[in-house]
Design a protein around this ligand. Structure first.
Ligand SMILES: [Mg+2]
Length: 414
């Protein structure tokens, strides 16, 4: 194993990631001292476990396990209903404690935040590691909540660090030690590397994050997409994903559309549609947003537009969840023997993803309402506003090309 450091600079920048340990269950314990040292499970109202205290985890209870089963098999467990107002309040207090140390705090989810602490050693008169320890101690002393903290050179590395020791862990990895952390990290544990990418990378002998970053530029340029190349560079200690301190993103909707060589091959059309959905979901997650409304549109070679707008039973930004729920609608969107030239999708009614722990479950997600939007271009224009006219014009103008088109305001007038 190559043991040369990746960087000779200890701290070109210092990025901190803080993650609540069994957060919902921890809040329940902080609110009710009688629950101390007891196995506590939240999620009674949903019928499945949404968060478990470490004592409950030790018993073998996992997220998503049915509450009925828990009550039967683990009668010693204390099951409570989720109190999301309390969780949000505690999250706010945690973020405010972090802001005592640096104004550059990004609230990432209900129990996770990033912070840029670069250059603050002098002000706090201590090392970066000590800043992390003080933050963690303040949160424990004042709120009785256990958090794990990681500090390293990029968001991707800091996230690996906070997950490295849990609960109540502190993991600081500077530039000269990144290689050791990466050697201990299986590739699928890397933030942003999905199952498919991990399976692909393993085929090319990338079993750890370290194997991955040792791949040369020929491999990287040939096989990786933009996001994967960013992760590759973040793992090497480059600070690409910046801390976003504004609380709310300005995004009202996220749209992806793609025009392609006209075809009636259903699989080809579907793959274009799926790509749009994946891209829109990825962008939505990047800004920590989830959508409650979801629109899919197909356009035929003769510019006939066919669309379905779906209201979801709960917000999501997961493409795999959306695939499942739109499956029954596809037959009406892609009609056999009709030639199609464009697919589009719009995520709208976006809100901050404050319940990322809950969004891991798929059981409650279903279509709450479907609106059929089968329109000709003219009536679509009337309904959607002038941007659609622009879109139609662009389509005609660019009809010979295959390229992506933005449809920025499509959802706003819907
Ligand atoms: Mg957590």
């Amino acid at each position: 194993m190559d043991n040369r450091p990746l960087s000779i600079i200890h701290w070109p920048q210092a990025i901190l990631h803080l993650d609540g340990d069994s957060f919902f269950a921890s809040v329940e314990k902080a609110l009710n001292p009688a629950l101390k040292d007891k196995p506590v499970v939240t999620g009674q109202e949903r019928g499945i476990a949404s968060s478990m205290s470490y004592e409950a985890k030790k018993l073998g209870i996992t997220r998503g396990m049915p509450i009925a089963k828990i009550k039967q098999e683990y009668p010693e467990c204390i099951v409570v209903a989720g109190n999301y107002e309390a969780y949000t309040m505690f999250a706010g207090k945690i973020f405010n404690i972090m802001r005592r140390y640096t104004p550059a705090v990004e609230e990432y989810s209900i129990d996770e935040a990033f912070a840029d602490i670069t250059g603050l050693r002098k002000m706090h008169n201590c090392s970066y590691k000590e800043i992390a320890i003080k933050m963690q101690k303040d949160i424990m002393d004042e709120l009785n909540i256990s958090v794990s903290v990681g500090v390293s050179l990029s968001k991707t590395l800091a996230k690996l660090c906070s997950n490295f020791r849990k609960p109540f862990g502190i993991t600081c990895v500077d530039g000269t030690n990144i290689h050791i952390l990466l050697q201990k990290t299986p590739i699928e544990k890397v933030w942003g590397i999905g199952k498919n990418t991990a399976a692909f990378l393993r085929k090319y002998d990338c079993n750890t994050a370290y194997d991955f970053i040792k791949k040369d530029h020929i491999f990287v340029n040939r096989y990786l997409d933009k996001k994967e190349r960013e992760i590759y560079n973040e793992l090497k200690g480059e600070y690409l994903y910046k801390i976003k301190t504004d609380k709310k993103s300005t995004y009202q909707s996220i749209s992806k559309a793609k025009t392609f060589t006209p075809t009636k091959d259903k699989e080809a059309i579907l793959s274009q549609l799926y790509k749009n959905i994946e891209d829109a979901c990825a962008k939505s997650r990047k800004y920590n947003l989830v959508a409650t409304k979801f629109t899919i549109v197909t356009k035929t070679q003769t510019f006939f537009t066919n669309g379905q707008k779906v209201t979801l039973s709960r917000p999501t930004a997961s493409a795999s969840e959306l695939y499942k729920i739109i499956e029954p609608l596809l037959d009406s969107l892609i009609i056999p023997n009709i030639i199609y030239r464009q697919t589009a999708c719009v995520l709208s009614d976006l809100t901050a993803d404050n319940n990322s722990q809950l969004s891991l479950f798929e059981d409650n997600l279903k279509i709450a309402k479907i609106e059929h939007l089968n329109k000709t271009v003219d009536s679509l224009n009337k309904k959607f506003g002038y941007n659609t006219i622009h879109l139609a014009r662009s389509l005609k103008a660019r009809s010979l090309y295959t390229r992506e088109l933005a449809i920025p305001k499509l959802n706003i007038a819907v």
